[in-house]
Design a protein around this ligand. Sequence first.
Ligand SMILES: Cc1ncc(COP(=O)(O)O)c(C=O)c1O
Length: 454
Amino acid sequence: MNSSNNAWLKEHNTVHLMHPMQDPKSLKDNLPVIIESGEGVHITDVDGRRFLDLQGGLWCVNVGYGRKEIVDAVSEQMQKLAYYSLFPGSTNPAAIALSQKLIEITAPEGMVKVSFGLGGSDAVESALKIARQYWKLEGQSDKYKFISLYNGYHGLNFGGMSACGGVAWRSSYEPLMPGFIQVEGPHLYRNPFTQDPEELVEICAQLMERQIEIQGAHTIAAIIAEPIQGAGGVIVPPASYWPRLRQIADKYNILLIADEVITGLGRSGSLFGARGWGVKPDIMCLAKGISSGYVPLSATLINQRVASAWERDAGFTSVYMHGYTYSGHPVSCAAGLAAIDIVLRENLAENAAVVGEYFRERLLELKGKHRAIGDVRGKGLMIAIELVKDRQTKEPFGPDEAYPLAISEGCVNSGVMLRTIVNKLIISPPLTFTKDNVDEVIEVLDRTFIANPW
Ligand SMILES: Cc1ncc(COP(=O)(O)O)c(C=O)c1O
């Protein structure tokens, strides 16, 4: 292999490499950008083209690229101890330290224990298994079902995928796990009910309650949802929705799982998405921003109510029969500690709130100029621009239509790395983004829409 030979890389990208969420055939004609290096909010490809990274890797590089603190922490940890496990009989200092740190920063949510994994799908899987085991330990093993939302994304392992609320993520792998039910969540731009946010919250809350009653509350383990839906198209619920979810969970004695894989560690403009809604979940799933994508890492956190089920002596059933070889990997945990330290020290949640607000204002100016922009929505530095064929009917561009790709490709060719999800342009840059970076993006988007009129 000569990986420094660009032609070789381009030729071989698809020979043996399966890319997530893509038809392998399509990659032959559409060569993806081969990213080679990163610095701050910029990335560079193998041809030396430099881009502003509007994707933040994949919603994850919260602190930006090339942060020496993380590199040093990883290097020191590797030199000292490359690996030791958390399985019976051993542990390691980095995992202990990171668990303490996570509990410290989630004190307002009342979290008390941490289970580590390597990515968002692990974090969700752990949450689902903890919820089921919790109810067994409580002597209510009939409570095994999960309710999630349409458009929700919870990773692609079988448990999380079964909670996903979109056909594209599910259909090729059915049958999925039994006991997973989806209900309508409040999507203000696209719903068949109303354009009034409060009325919509009430309707969705009622739909949730009806589903719980039809299933029987005695069969429901947990509600799982994202504080802001990400992969579903950056769907921001009205502020009263999450407090209503908490009320419903309490009313029916159901656990509430916040899937904070994207929203956690600052992206939504508060340190955690549920905190931004003033809600304390029972279980929190963290990944992506926890290590800023530098190494694979995730964590599932539980509050005292959930943890207390394991405090009683229930014999073998209270063994937490879950975890991976790399749960609490010392190198990942060292990176996590350094990444979290930067997020806190540089107050990146606050920067995401301020710069995100400015970004949306500027995007709304573009909406005034370009007809294809149907909606601009987001919170903090997670934003979507939804493209439509007609603003009145809101008819979206379909998955096979070229227009959204023409826009994102136009941006990429002008130095802005931008990803589309069907008809949505997704904006999730590093949280170190500045207003000047935003102005640069706006200029590129404006020029691209002008060059591609609809
Ligand atoms: C909310 C949410 N949960 C879970 C996941 C799965 O994470 P991973 O791809 O790291 O397994 C994602 C990934 O984007 C996500 O956005």
